[in-house]
Ligand binder design. Structure first.
Ligand code: ADP
Ligand code: MG
Ligand code: MG
Length: 251
């Protein structure tokens, strides 16, 4: 599904190399976790995959089902099935949450040559998904993320994922700042979508989330590279010993 080879990325504005040769293969049906210290390049990797401006790929490649992601516009990547839950979800004044969800869903359906979803079906779909994430009607009526608490914003990202049903889901520290109950809701949202035809890349600081979502593989990112890969036991090792070992390795 997602294939990243020798990816090198620098900032467009500055001569600063952030990713220094990332290799990652996330097959359909799997959940891969990326852990790593602050500033190691985890968010940069997710932004570059989603198509955010301001970064320059100087070497390497990233493909989704064989298609060159880096050549596509952000909305084309989304239509191809890529989804990013932001580390810091933005507030969008003036755009109702329901309008946002419906526009995103119909935009993707249109790009795939599918008809628009009808109002009744859409309402039913969103209400059902919102209920499982404990997202209130009031939150659905407000502008996107406006006045939401940190945890509500993160759950709203998962609602978007649940409605859009993307094939490649990237979650950037969706668990950060969540209390235990909210984290369980996020984990349930992910687990409900686990499927043979779908893959997840979970970026997380803590092992906690992985108690609720069993990953197939864990990667440690340090200084712009994958410093080590392993199974779930690697997350436990990090929880116990911290990242010093990997930072040393890279240095
Ligand atoms: P992580 O998500 O692992 O904490 P980031 O990808 O956010 O790391 O950042 C990696 C490094 O790149 C950091 O040193 C960060 O300060 C730097 N960086 C990322 N984006 C920018 C930017 N737009 N301008 C300046 N520095 C940036
Ligand atoms: Mg960070
Ligand atoms: Mg980050």
């Amino acid at each position: 599904m997602l294939d990243i080879k020798n990816l090198h990325v620098k900032l467009e504005e500055e001569d600063k190399q952030i990713l220094k040769g990332v290799d990652l293969h996330v097959p359909a049906g799997s959940v891969h976790a990326i852990m790593g210290p602050n500033g190691s390049g985890k968010s940069t990797l997710s932004y570059v995959l989603a198509g955010r401006d301001g970064y320059e790929v100087t070497e390497g490649e990233a493909t989704l089902d064989g298609a060159d992601l880096l050549q596509l516009e952000p909305e084309e990547r989304a239509a191809a099935g890529l989804f990013l839950a932001f580390q810091y979800p933005v507030e969008i004044p003036g755009v109702g949450n329901m309008t946002f969800l419906r526009t995103a869903l119909n935009g993707q359906r249109k790009a795939r040559g599918e008809p628009e979803v009808n109002s009744a079906d859409f309402l039913k779909l969103v209400r059902e998904k919102a209920a499982t994430l404990k997202i209130t009607n009031d939150m659905l009526k407000r502008p996107v993320n406006m006045g939401f608490s940190g945890g509500e914003k993160k759950r709203n990202e998962i609602l978007q994922m649940a409605v859009l049903e993307p094939r490649m889901c990237i979650l950037d520290e969706t668990d950060s700042g969540l209390d235990v109950d909210a984290m369980k809701l996020v984990a349930e949202g992910v687990n409900a979508l686990r499927d043979e035809g779908r893959a997840f890349l979970l970026i997380t600081h803590y092992q906690r989330l992985l108690d609720h979502i069993q990953p197939d593989a864990v990667h440690i990112m340090a200084d712009g590279r994958i410093a080590k890969s392993g199974g779930p036991e690697l997350a436990l090792e990090v929880e116990k010993n911290g990242y010093a070992e990997f930072e040393g390795e890279v240095a």
